[in-house]
Design a protein. Structure first.
Length: 138
């Protein structure tokens, strides 16, 4: 992995640090202010590219998906939002997340399933009906 294939990503978390991710193989570079989907622990989060480069460490995770063909924030707006984060001592990822309507982010699906032993113990007819509806995908 080379320095050119890494980038720093700001996540909407109460942390002031950036996280280093590897770019997808089909990208050689990415502009600051581009929204990306990244794995973070057991979750997938919408992050924002801050700059190219980063520490070349072992076990660097790869960006799952690039959400924008061009940067979501213009260079001027991105620079302003970085200054805003510094002025208010706020994490850049949270500032970026709150600077546009949340409906523009992809809706990440949550999937649930019941263990069959638990299902057998349920006696409430309303809960049983709900389980059947969930299984049908209704």
């Amino acid at each position: 992995m080379t320095k050119q294939s890494l980038c720093k990503v700001a996540l909407p978390l109460p942390l002031k640090t950036f996280f280093t991710y590897a770019l997808p193989e089909n990208l050689s570079s990415i502009s600051a202010g581009t929204r990306v989907l990244v794995p973070f622990g057991k979750r997938t989060l919408v992050g924002y590219t801050v700059e190219e480069g980063g520490e070349d460490l072992q076990n660097i995770k790869q960006i799952s998906s690039v959400l924008d063909e061009s940067p979501f924030f213009s260079a001027e707006l991105f620079s302003f939002l970085k200054e805003l984060a510094k002025y208010y001592l706020a994490p850049l990822g949270i500032i970026l997340k709150n600077s546009y309507p949340s409906g523009l982010d992809p809706q990440l699906k949550k999937r649930y399933s019941l263990i069959s032993d638990q299902e057998r113990e349920i006696k409430d007819p309303i809960l049983l009906k709900l389980i059947e509806e969930l299984k049908d995908g209704s």
